[in-house]
Design a protein around this ligand. Structure first.
Ligand SMILES: NC(=O)c1ccc[n+]([C@@H]2O[C@H](COP(=O)([O-])OP(=O)(O)OC[C@H]3O[C@@H](n4cnc5c(N)ncnc54)[C@H](OP(=O)(O)O)[C@@H]3O)[C@@H](O)[C@H]2O)c1
Length: 330
């Protein structure tokens, strides 16, 4: 019988325990498209699942990994055929459906995005959920009026996965990007992605004093949350928006209504996992043409299936720069 290798999480004494398993293909739960996985990626959320530090996994045993890219082996959906190269991100992968840290996966056709022509499977995972989320943030800001030339656009947690892709995308689209990071050693890297100004992350966590700050930002992508998000809201220009997608610095949000009622600013919530299919397709098409693919290499490191537990600790400690791609056959 055909078998596959996977990283399996099982719950023991209330905690997830990871082990590497060879499993029969019949053991694979899931949907109507069978994918031979080539690449996955490591996102902040994956690290929370693997270490058990966040309530991500809804049922055990679970193969984690919210992203995968590979080739269709079997499909009972007319939308896909054997040999098609495909991407799946979010949609419950690694949360309530077995995910991408596996050589094989069964997924539902309505989650599956055909690989855009200009991308390789590895590049798609270098983008992954993080890059897809960055694109959704940029699109949300554009939908609320942001245009090149409007002024500085802040990106927080800029040296992380979402942040790196957001900096590169916004710069390529002609925006003046101010990148905020806590790591001085990433300054040259962020400049190489197109950031015009680099700010220390403490800029956004200094005590506020007043409910409104000076009007500074034409827009913002925030991956940090907490005090950082509150600071951005206070200092957006009149009528401008912040796209909030993350909580790397905290889940609390302590603000007042003044920026909303006196400056008409907008707080745009971004959820990539449940993004509707048409918007998902459009975001991937835009990533394939708007993201400078020549920069993906400098944003990306590669690990194997067995590196995932160690790399999960690294990403939660804020020590991974850019994106981490996982070769599931290594
Ligand atoms: N809403 C969604 O659909 C969605 C999708 C993807 C990700 N997310 C969320 O977005 C966030 C970023 O995800 P990611 O995959 O890009 O993670 P990541 O690669 O680990 O990046 C997070 C970055 O946040 C900064 N950071 C870490 N700890 C911090 C702290 N205590 N205070 C301030 N900044 C801190 C660091 O950037 P610097 O080193 O540059 O300071 C770090 O690189 C996570 O919270 C994740 O859960 C949400």
């Amino acid at each position: 019988m055909k078998t596959f290798q996977a990283l399996l999480l099982e719950e023991k004494a209330g905690k997830p325990v990871a082990s590497f398993r060879e499993l029969p293909i019949d053991a694979l739960p899931g949907g109507n498209v069978l994918v031979a996985v080539d690449w996955s990626s490591l996102n902040y959320k994956d690290a929370l699942a693997v270490t058990g530090r966040g309530k991500i996994v809804r049922q055990y045993p679970m193969v984690p990994g919210i992203d995968l890219a590979g080739t269709v082996e079997e499909s009972s959906s007319p939308a896909f055929r054997r040999g098609d190269q495909v991407i799946v991100t979010g949609c419950g992968l690694g949360e309530d459906v077995w995910g991408g840290y596996s050589q094989m996966a069964r997924v539902n056709a309505e989650w599956v995005v055909p690989l855009p022509k200009s991308l390789s499977l590895k590049q798609a995972m270098a983008i992954g959920t993080a890059g897809f989320t960055a694109m959704l943030c940029v699109t949300a800001l554009e939908d609320h009026g942001l245009k090149p030339g409007d002024g500085e656009v802040a990106v927080t947690g800029a040296a992380g996965g979402v942040g790196s892709v957001a900096v590169a995308l916004l710069a390529k689209l002609g925006h003046e990007v101010a990148a905020s990071t806590g790591r001085a050693e990433t300054h040259d890297y962020l400049s190489s992605l197109g950031a015009r100004r680099i700010l220390d992350r403490q800029f956004f966590t200094a005590p506020a004093g007043k409910p409104l700050g000076s009007q500074r930002w034409a827009g913002a992508v925030d991956t940090v949350g907490g005090q950082t998000l509150a600071s951005l809201i206070r200092s957006l220009c009149y009528g401008r928006s912040v796209a909030a997608c993350g909580l790397a610095g905290g889940a609390d949000l302590n603000t007042t209504v003044y920026p909303f009622i006196l400056r008409g600013v907008n707080l745009l919530g971004i959820n990539s996992s449940l993004c509707p299919y048409e918007r998902r397709l459009r975001a991937w098409q835009r990533l394939a043409c708007d993201l400078p693919l020549e920069l993906l290499g400098s944003m990306t490191q590669t690990g194997g299936l067995r590196d995932i537990p160690r790399l999960s600790e690294e990403i939660l400690a804020g020590r991974i720069r850019g994106r981490m791609v996982i070769d599931v056959n290594r």
